[in-house]
Design a protein around this ligand. Structure first.
Ligand SMILES: NC(=O)CC[C@H](N)C(=O)O
Length: 366
């Protein structure tokens, strides 16, 4: 076993052993508290550029299978676990986690106290970290970590380069890919939608030319303010086409309507985040992965209304436009992984699209 260490921006060092690729890597260190679903988490493009710590103590025990990916190749920079299982036991398993990470050149660090690491991140906020197997001067690493700027190209890295079609005979959806999880596509294809997937920088005019019945804004990595093209595009389509935004898509809808976003201290990443729907009074358990959030106070005079809040820290989890058919949520109704409580939002979106079609017909034939 190769000895490896994690050096944090504040000088803390964790020593453990390596698995996966043995390259040195830096990235923003975040933690996810889900108890299952490591394959979906590792392959969620929203983690692009980050080193993901999983707090559940044993990871890899059901292996990696061909069915549970959220994208074709993972974008995480590194993975940190307490204990990695080399001998998965599951009928669906095709390979173990170590082999999978090696094949994708992603370094792993195991054998450290992941709960201690999580507590540090919770107290100091998200930090940059460096995984290395060489005995180097910690001071030198800390200095260089501090000087590395946070990346701002992750959406470009993860979005599709060209539009493509996932055919269906039902409602026609343009899905703007900011680094989408396949779970969103699965929910739409399950409902027979005809989907045109377009890149993050596809303009409003091009989208309107496709004459979609609805527009879906996907999840994606990084700071929403790093994709001004998308904010511009959304401004150009909100008055005309029904919109449903998820996670980064939700933050971009808010920015396009004039609201603000901010970086959270350590974000929400896990499979049991309670969210209260202010319109119905119901509470849902949700799957989450975000480091930024919409600022509640900034919603005034934007035409947006607050519909849902996080019960852990009262941050914004859902918004709706009061004049146009557009709504969005900060969490993941497609789960993958996690609870499916809010899966009904895909049906609500498609119902909203149908209502809007009826209204347009009435206007045409009136
Ligand atoms: N899953 C997502 O879409 C994340 C959105 C954004 N990158 C954030 O961290 O807040």
């Amino acid at each position: 076993m190769i000895k490896r260490q994690l050096v944090l921006e504040d000088g803390t060092v964790f020593s453990g052993y390596g698995f996966g690729s043995d390259q040195d890597i830096s990235g923003e260190v975040v933690f996810n508290t889900s108890m299952t679903g490591y394959q979906e988490i590792i392959s969620d493009p929203s983690y692009c550029g980050q080193i993901v710590t999983l707090t559940y103590p044993l990871i890899g025990n059901y292996g990696i299978n061909r069915d549970d990916f959220e994208t074709v190749a993972p974008f995480i920079n590194g993975l940190i676990v307490r204990e990695v299982s080399d001998h998965p036991s599951n009928f669906r398993s095709d390979e173990n986690l170590d082999t999978f990470l090696k094949a994708h050149n992603i370094p792993g660090l195991a054998g450290i106290d992941t709960r201690k690491l999580t507590r540090i991140i919770r107290s100091y906020g998200t930090m940059k970290g460096y995984i290395t197997n060489t005995e180097v001067s910690v001071d030198g690493i800390v200095e260089s970590l501090k000087s590395i700027p946070l990346r701002n190209d992750q959406v470009q890295q993860t979005s599709t380069l060209k539009p493509y079609i996932v055919p269906g005979r039902g409602i026609r959806i343009v899905l703007v890919d900011f680094g989408m999880k396949h779970g969103i596509l699965r929910e739409l294809t399950k409902r027979n939608c005809h989907i045109t997937v377009v890149p993050y920088n596809y303009g409003a005019e091009n989208i309107l030319r496709l004459k979609p019945d609805g527009i879906m804004l996907t999840n994606g990595p990084g700071d929403p303010k790093d994709v001004p093209e998308a904010i511009q595009m959304i401004k150009g389509v909100v008055p005309y086409i029904p919109i449903f935004g998820i996670c980064l898509g939700h933050q971009l809808l808010a920015l396009a309507c004039g609201a603000e976003t901010e970086k959270l201290k350590f974000g929400h990443r896990g499979g049991n985040h309670p969210v209260k729907d202010l319109e119905t009074g119901k509470t849902y358990v949700t799957s989450q992965n975000h480091g930024y959030a919409v600022v509640a106070e900034s919603l005034d005079n934007t035409g947006l209304t607050l519909t849902q809040i996080a019960l852990n820290d009262r941050t914004v989890e859902g918004i709706r436009h009061t004049a146009y058919p557009a709504f969005s949520v900060q969490y993941h109704p497609e789960s993958s992984p996690g609870p499916e409580d809010t899966n009904y939002l895909f049906d609500e979106f498609l119902n909203m699209v149908k209502q809007n079609q009826k209204r347009s017909e009435e206007i045409v034939y009136a």
